[in-house]
Design a protein around this ligand. Structure first.
Ligand code: FE2
Length: 355
């Protein structure tokens, strides 16, 4: 009987210790520990394809029970916001276009390194930052868009060929203060060195049909309107024009052809839409899970198709529209280089007078 009471007493004491912690009146450890991650992830994104992106986030939530909260603005505004909010920022993921912009976020110190076996399986190594601060999720090519009635594909070959006198007054592209051209020139610096990159920028500037103005879509429209013969621009803008609701845009786009330059030399320049995990993220595990999902087969098909971009995951085929343009060989460099050479690229543009 005495043994029974001793056993009861020790069980009571043990359960008291377990429930209240060892410090007598102090709170239980479970109550003072940081709470486990909420079943949510907060994404700051500059993508503007609400119907499709929201549907992708919803299927992620259905699969995992993790809610996705989305804040949209321009990439620049969101980066500024993350900086201003500091440690109290709600942002877990920063998603934007161009490896050059992701580099700016990395340099600002607002990202943290991350990796996972699924991410390295789904995403080619060239599209993962060398310090693992961001990953690419969609790919775009900077192609030559030409007037089908005035230019034959055989007339085209490389970015470098466009500096020849025969193209004088026939080339359009946007301003050098845009990150797309900065990243393209940064890639040339990385591959060919500064001297050649500067020669190229100088030669293109000399062949402009007009001073750079407007966005990439405006360059395609200028070629369709006969103001120039060739535009250097991102592939998805032509894809978007072809699937536009505006019949005039479709008509303009149909008069244009797509050419992938440098197929026998250094490859066509490509860039990414991609994402990093914010340094102060409260839901890191959920953020990794969402990026794994976005880089996996199901989401890749829809995510890239929404913007007529290429999937980054090699297991996923491009959309029917992009397949019509054929396959191409891309530049063989890690896209971290685009950010690393950005400053010099901007200087070169100023030196050669590319507005
Ligand atoms: Fe764009």
């Amino acid at each position: 009987m005495k043994k029974f009471w001793l056993l009861t007493l020790s069980l009571f004491l043990l359960s008291t210790v377990l429930l209240t912690g060892c410090g007598g009146g102090t709170p239980a450890p479970a109550a003072t520990k940081p709470s486990v991650e909420a079943k949510e992830v907060n994404i700051y994104t500059s993508r503007h394809y609400p119907g499709i992106d929201d549907a992708i986030y919803k299927s992620f939530t259905d699969k995992t029970g993790i809610k996705v909260n989305v804040i949209k603005a321009s990439g620049e505004e969101l980066l500024q916001r993350i900086k201003t909010e500091g440690a109290s920022s709600k942002a877990d993921i920063y998603l934007t276009a161009d490896a050059g912009n992701l580099y700016l976020a990395k340099q600002a110190g607002v990202l943290q390194p991350f990796t996972s076996p699924a991410l390295t399986k789904n995403i080619p190594a060239d599209f993962i930052d060398t310090d693992k601060m961001w990953v690419g999720l969609t790919m775009r090519a900077r192609v030559l868009v030409y007037a089908k009635d005035r230019v034959k594909p055989d007339d085209l070959s490389t970015y470098e060929d466009l500096t020849q006198p025969k193209w004088k007054g026939k080339i359009v592209t946007r301003s050098s203060n845009n990150i797309y051209n900065q990243s393209m020139l940064a890639a040339f610096i990385a591959m060919n060195g500064e001297t050649q990159a500067k020669e190229w920028a100088k030669g293109i500037t000399a062949n402009f049909a007009r001073q750079p103005e407007g966005g990439d879509r405006d360059q395609a429209k200028a070629v369709a309107a006969g103001k120039a013969d060739v535009a250097i621009m991102n592939s998805y803008y032509l894809g978007q024009m072809l699937s536009s609701k505006d019949p005039l845009e479709v008509k303009a786009a149909e008069s244009l052809g797509v050419f992938f330059p440098n197929q026998n030399t250094t490859g066509t320049h490509v860039n990414i839409g991609g994402a990093g995990i914010v340094k102060s993220a409260k839901n890191v595990d959920n953020a990794v899970k969402l990026l794994e999902y976005l880089s996996d087969i199901e989401a890749q098909q829809k995510f890239a198709e929404a913007s007529t971009e290429y999937p980054v995951n090699p297991a996923v085929e491009p959309s029917a529209l992009l397949k019509k343009w054929g396959t191409f060989r891309k530049q063989n460099i890690n896209l971290s280089k685009l950010g690393e050479h950005n400053r010099r690229a901007v200087q070169i543009f100023n030196e050669v007078g590319w507005k």
